[in-house]
Design a protein around this ligand. Structure first.
Ligand code: ATP
Ligand code: MG
Length: 573
């Protein structure tokens, strides 16, 4: 099988020319100030992200579908005008409850229309919006609602049960608004909506006023409440246009849940700001349903995550051929390192390469990416967005020579950089040193300025004096035909400092055995340097993951060492 290391791009091959047709020339002419013209400021220089995302389009695109929302036995297709008017109504509902600029209003809802309306309505009032993943239990909710001092919670009649026992511990939570029939003593969402006017003068916000806060995924420890501004929309708009390459007639599908930053930035604000129609799948995952969505809705641009791609891969390619997937034009991935195997699978099964990109809750938008028009070096995260200075530095913040592993840092000043960690100035300050923003990730940069992910700083392994990044070992492991997923840790060892231990889950039709372990070790020895092969292998049905789909190596490590695993509020069941 042909397994290219580079996916070459030639601009003359594109039937639809990428919005960014030449990376280098876009970098040369770039300035964030110039880019503000993409965004509609109010005459007094203020903005409101919800106005930019929705209201400014209504005159031209009012009847265009904003979201196709697909439930188990229902569908909804609100237009731009619907979303604009309904979020106006919701803003009025909040005003009636005395919500003021800066108050925190949290949403704890599944992927239903009300979730999108509420989010945008909150922004319109100038309050700070946040979302809570619908699978959270009471402890995760208590942590986040009390840390943020949320004043109103929007939820539904079934999820409301989960706050029943914690409500008396939330003195700042004044009101609960309930979607569904069973509001009890709380506020009935649609009763209030039906009474409210659909006219609302959106709050004019200073660009640097907070718009939303989100808790990180909790992969490395306790989630942090990251605060973002209305001005972020400049970067959200532009990265959506140039990296996800959305054109006006695209049908775009971002699979991330709005409980996480990707679901907010690239599931709501970015695509709306670009006036595009999005698909939202509110159902439980199955490969058939996913292929069915591409087939039925003629999805053109698909933004997903490595875990989801691996779940599709696990099903094998027989099922792929049952669907018409020819509408797809551009594929992107984020959230975790994208193994080369996943890119090759995309090329074989979908006829397209996934374009990896890197960012964090804290960065508020994509900072490093593979662009539609730029050659993809398989396994690399790509190159910094125009106007973004990324570097790999040593412990003093000095830039390292090419191809040397170090801390991945960014020069502060990009528009969507967080402005704070809620209630934790010390934590916020700890991100900045030597004039850089420290991502906490380790990387290398090659001689063409492509960045290569090594691992999270805490996950990099030191074995007999050799530093080994888990990504490299995991990527080699998933190339083995029996392996779906691999999580690699450093296990403390008297002789070597750490030895490499791999946790592996197998594809359908493969059984764990000692022979298979041996075969895998031999397979890896043929691919990686001698010190990088896993001395120990353990088979697992599933690897521990966050609900946003990231392998929790720290949980594997603590389990291995018999230590308490710390905050597991985001651990998948
Ligand atoms: P926490 O900060 O609470 O431990 P988290 O870091 O997983 O959780 P997010 O902000 O959702 O929370 O994730 C950002 C992190 O995800 C990055 O720092 C990086 O480690 C990883 N990541 C994101 N995109 C990529 C990518 N393309 N390649 C490799 N890693 C990625
Ligand atoms: Mg993080």
């Amino acid at each position: 099988m042909d397994r290219p290391d580079i996916v070459k791009k030639d601009i003359s091959d594109f039937t639809i020319k990428p919005n960014m047709d030449n990376y280098d020339s876009f970098c040369e002419d770039f300035s964030w100030d110039l880019m503000k013209k993409e965004i509609e400021f109010f005459v007094d220089g203020s903005i409101n992200a919800a106005h930019i995302a929705v209201d400014r389009h209504v005159q031209r695109l009012g009847d265009k579908v904003a979201f196709h929302i697909i439930g188990e036995d229902w569908e909804k297709h609100p237009t731009y005008k619907d979303i604009s008017l309904l979020s106006n109504k919701f803003a009025n509902v909040l005003k009636k409850q005395n919500i003021e600029k800066g108050d925190r209003v949290f949403i704890f809802l599944p992927r239903i229309e009300e979730m999108y309306i509420s989010f945008l309505g909150i922004l319109k009032t100038g309050a700070i919006a946040s979302t809570l993943f619908a699978a959270f239990g009471p402890d995760a909710l208590l942590d986040r609602l009390s840390d943020s001092g949320a004043k109103i919670l929007v939820t539904d009649s079934s999820l409301k049960e989960r706050i029943k026992d914690i409500r008396n511990q939330l003195p700042e939570l004044k009101k609960v608004i309930v979607v569904g029939d069973d509001a009890g003593d709380d506020i009935h969402f649609w009763d209030e909506m039906n009474k409210a006017s659909d006219k609302f003068d959106v709050e004019h916000m200073d660009p640097k006023d907070p718009a939303y806060m989100l808790y990180t995924s909790g992969t490395t420890g306790k989630p942090k409440g990251v605060v973002h501004t209305h001005y972020d929309i400049v970067q959200q708009h532009l990265t959506t246009k140039w990296i996800l390459d959305l054109h006006k007639d695209d049908v775009y599908w971002c699979t991330a849940d709005p409980g996480w930053v990707t679901g907010i930035v690239y599931g709501i604000l970015g695509p709306l700001s670009n006036g595009v129609t999005s698909v939202v799948d509110a159902r439980r995952f199955s490969a058939e349903k996913w292929y069915g969505i591409i087939n039925d809705y003629k999805v053109t641009v698909w933004y997903t995550a490595p875990t989801a791609i691996r779940m599709m891969m696990k099903e094998g390619s027989d099922i792929t051929s049952k669907y018409d997937l020819s509408s797809l034009r551009h594929l992107a991935s984020v959230g975790e390192p994208l193994n080369p195997e996943a890119i090759w699978w995309g090329i074989d099964s979908l006829g397209l390469a996934f374009h990896d990109n890197w960012w964090q809750t804290e960065t508020g938008g994509i900072l490093i990416a593979n662009y539609a028009s730029m050659n993809v070096k398989v396994g690399s995260m790509g190159r910094p967005f125009p106007g973004v200075k990324a570097a790999v530095v040593d412990e003093n913040g000095v830039e390292l020579p090419v191809n040397t592993e170090g801390d991945l840092v960014i020069m502060p000043g990009w528009p969507s950089m967080m402005i704070g960690i809620w209630n934790n100035k010390e934590k916020y300050d700890s991100y900045f040193n030597n004039g850089w923003y420290y991502s906490g990730d380790r990387a290398r940069m090659d001689d063409e300025g492509y960045f290569w992910f090594v691992g999270r700083a805490d996950d990099v392994i030191n074995s007999a004096g050799h530093r080994v990044g888990p990504f490299e070992v995991e990527s080699a492991l998933v190339e083995h035909p029996a392996i779906t997923e691999a999580g690699v840790i450093g296990k403390p060892d008297d002789m070597y400092g750490e030895i490499i231990k791999a946790f592996i889950s197998l594809k359908k039709g493969h059984e764990p055995s000692d022979e298979l372990k041996q075969e895998i070790k031999t397979f890896i020895k043929g691919k990686l340097a001698g010190h990088a092969y896993p001395k120990e292998i353990e088979f697992r049905d599933n690897l521990p993951k966050t609900r946003s789909g990231k392998i929790m190596r720290r949980v594997l490590k603590c389990q291995e060492m018999g230590l308490p695993v710390g905050d597991t509020s985001t651990l998948e069941d």
